[in-house]
Ligand binder design. Structure first.
Ligand SMILES: CC(C)(COP(=O)(O)OP(=O)(O)OC[C@H]1O[C@@H](n2cnc3c(N)ncnc32)[C@H](O)[C@@H]1OP(=O)(O)O)[C@@H](O)C(=O)NCCC(=O)NCCS
Length: 179
């Protein structure tokens, strides 16, 4: 577990636990919405993937959470896992071991307090420790105003764009961070 202090608050970062998944539900529903409509399938799929990641079966995904105090409810979540095949062409070399960034959401109550930076830095560290050379991701255009500048601040300018990844006609940026 890693601790860090922001203003008067003490935060900790550790692995996602089963009981965190339902506690994260309001944050997932808040951000996985369009025009006031929750994207139920996305929320369900994300929670399912989180559940699988902490199950006993072999899996590649790792999720971590930030909490306002050790053992408290999660204030944000991020993870990494096997790279979607659509991102293979964006690797720096054909044999570079790469993973993808998963589910980067901070509760609206905690945005802008440095938790995103702490979580993504820990994701980079864990992926590097797992033997990965780089991490590659994109972001749904619905997050253009809420996340794209954060990603550029954390990884540098995008290295390309990808068409039709999130929905037919979508155009989104691709970031790659060498680990
Ligand atoms: C994107 C997100 C994970 C970032 O987490 P956060 O805790 O708000 O970000 P931090 O406070 O750690 O910010 C880190 C740095 O990025 C910058 N930054 C963060 N969000 C930014 C934004 N929207 N525009 C410009 N800069 C931003 C901060 O100014 C800060 O800069 P600094 O290191 O120079 O101080 C979080 O804001 C979030 O959950 N957004 C809504 C959901 C979303 O869009 N998720 C992405 C899905 S792909």
């Amino acid at each position: 577990m890693t601790y860090f202090r922001k203003e008067e608050k003490l935060f900790s970062v550790d692995d996602l636990k089963e009981e965190d998944i339902e506690l994260l539900d309001p944050t997932l529903r808040w951000w996985m919405s369009e025009q006031g409509q929750v994207r139920e399938e996305e929320v369900r799929g994300t929670k399912e993937r989180m559940r699988t990641s902490i199950g006993g079966d072999a899996h590649d995904d790792v999720y971590i959470v930030a909490r306002e105090r050790a053992g408290g409810p999660p204030a944000g979540v991020m993870g990494f896992g096997s790279l979607d095949a659509h991102f293979s062409p964006y690797r720096s070399a054909a044999d570079a071991k790469a993973v993808g960034l998963l589910t980067a959401f901070i509760s609206p109550d905690y945005r802008g307090q440095g938790l995103g930076k702490v979580l993504i830095t820990e994701v980079f560290h864990k992926a590097r420790t797992a033997g990965c050379k780089e991490i590659i991701w994109s972001s749904n255009p619905r997050y253009r105003e809420t996340a794209w500048q954060f990603y550029t601040a954390m990884a540098g300018n995008h290295i390309g764009t990808i068409d039709d990844f999130f929905f037919p006609g979508s155009l989104s940026l691709v970031w790659r961070k060498s680990l």
